[in-house]
Design a protein. Structure first.
Length: 187
């Protein structure tokens, strides 16, 4: 993956994650509403050094070109503190998942994650010229599914998966570059 760029949307700054975000992550991330439908690999209860451990791994992945991780900031009121994260990685041919995100529940319901996901999707499918994005979510996570539906992704499969909250069906979505670009032209 190329260096993680900075992006601006109408209401957000998407900046490469940084060690300066660790304190905000440690305050905002360890909430049940954030972690319940994340991978069972996420430690729960979240340890006191969880954000630092996660940041170290995210920075390693960025440096190795394996993934891009952006911290999400509201533009209103200046740079402020990060309110969530969105990540992108290339298709490995196995996981059928290429993007992940979380947002502090205090900022949900405003379309902010769709705005961030649209910018990162455009980057992947238009600027990087990837042919598709595989996306997934726990079936009960309707907010995450709605982001995918709004983007025009097609539900391709459902399979069992373990999450922090236990086993749930995992919805696997496919968003092709062709469908994304056609949708963007019609917007």
């Amino acid at each position: 993956m190329p260096a993680t760029p900075v992006f601006e949307t109408a209401r957000l700054w998407l900046c490469p994650c940084s060690p300066a975000d660790v304190d905000a992550v440690q305050r905002r991330f360890p909430r049940w509403e954030v972690v319940e439908f994340l991978s069972a690999d996420v430690p729960w209860p979240y340890p006191a050094d969880g954000a630092q451990t996660n940041m170290d791994e995210a920075l390693r992945q960025i440096a190795a070109g394996e993934k891009s991780h952006w911290s999400i900031f509201l533009k209103e009121g200046g740079p402020g503190e990060m309110i969530g994260r969105i990540s992108l990685w290339p298709d490995d041919g196995r996981s059928r998942d290429m993007r992940g995100f979380w947002l502090d529940p205090e900022f949900r319901g405003r379309g902010l994650m769709t705005e961030a996901a649209d910018r990162i999707t455009d980057y992947a499918l238009r600027e990087l010229a990837w042919p598709h994005l595989w996306l997934s979510n726990a079936e009960p996570n309707r907010g995450s599914a709605r982001v995918k539906e709004r983007q025009g992704a097609t539900l391709a499969a459902t399979e069992p998966c373990k999450y922090v909250s236990g086993e749930h069906p995992r919805q696997i979505w496919l968003l092709t570059a062709e469908d994304w670009l056609a949708r963007r032209r019609s917007d």
